[in-house]
Design a binder for this molecule. Structure first.
Ligand code: CDP
Ligand code: CDP
Length: 219
């Protein structure tokens, strides 16, 4: 059977990465978390105190970025250093949409993503996979859920690490990021015309992954 490229796009907390990981595992495909790449550029710009879009774009273009598959998921290495544990902090989350709206940053990331996806047998999750990165992907899903459900899911993950964070704060951060991602000029978050739209507000993670697997096998 041909090794497909599968695109999963959607807003924050919809379950994209978790579902993509399960799907890739069941199909013995590679999994690429493209959000982690934008987070890596954001983390590096904060660390190096680089603030202007032009300088951030130059940095992104010259960064040596490597992604590896580990047992606990995808890792990102910058100049050989594994920075994965720094990518999901509130500081990076608050800044990432702004960095991801710089078109030269997107061009640099899309080029790496297309190289990795070149041979097929891959599940990518992000915001613009079906619309820009792989417009000819074999199967496209736009995964979504109500903002409240998505915030509840993220809150559950956060509250063990950041004990003083509230559900309201998480919901506001998600709404803000979704708005920025959907309203930017370059590659805004939107479903591709040929994407299957799935609202998994009332589905468990396992049910969602099973549904997608069923769709892939029956396409
Ligand atoms: O996991 P979560 O949905 O919170 O975010 P993520 O997938 O790690 O993506 C972080 C941010 O990167 C998004 O809010 C977008 O601003 C940006 N992003 C993007 O612009 N294009 C992508 N293909 C993936 C992420
Ligand atoms: O990648 P994205 O931001 O779209 O979401 P995620 O990081 O895969 O999922 C956010 C959280 O929601 C994870 O803890 C998932 O286990 C959980 N989730 C869930 O409880 N039920 C679903 N149907 C989908 C995700």
């Amino acid at each position: 059977m041909k090794r497909w490229s599968i695109a999963i796009d959607g807003p924050a907390g919809a379950g994209k990465s978790s579902v993509a990981k399960i799907l890739a595992g069941k199909l013995s495909y590679t999994y690429l978390d493209t959000g982690a790449m934008y987070r890596a550029v954001t983390y590096e710009s904060i660390k190096r105190d680089i603030t202007t879009p032009l300088e951030i774009a130059d940095m992104a273009k010259s960064l040596s970025m490597e992604v590896t598959a580990e047992t606990d998921g995808m890792h990102v290495l910058i100049e050989g250093t594994d920075i994965t544990s720094h990518l999901r902090t509130p500081e990076v989350s608050a800044k990432v949409s702004e960095i991801a709206s710089i078109s030269a940053v997107r061009e640099a990331m899309v080029s790496i993503q297309r190289n990795i996806a070149d041979k097929g047998g891959i599940v990518l999750d992000g915001r613009d996979i079906g619309t820009v990165v792989l417009p000819n992907a074999d199967f496209k899903v736009f995964l979504t859920a109500s903002v409240h459900k998505r915030a509840e899911r993220r809150f559950k993950e956060f509250k063990t690490i950041y004990s003083d964070i509230t559900l309201e704060e998480v919901e506001k951060e998600i709404e803000k990021r979704d708005w920025k991602d959907s309203h930017r000029e370059v590659s805004p978050l939107r479903p591709a015309e040929d994407a299957v739209i799935i609202d998994n507000s009332d589905l468990t993670l396992e049910e969602t992954a099973e549904l997608l697997l069923h769709m892939v096998k029956n396409k």
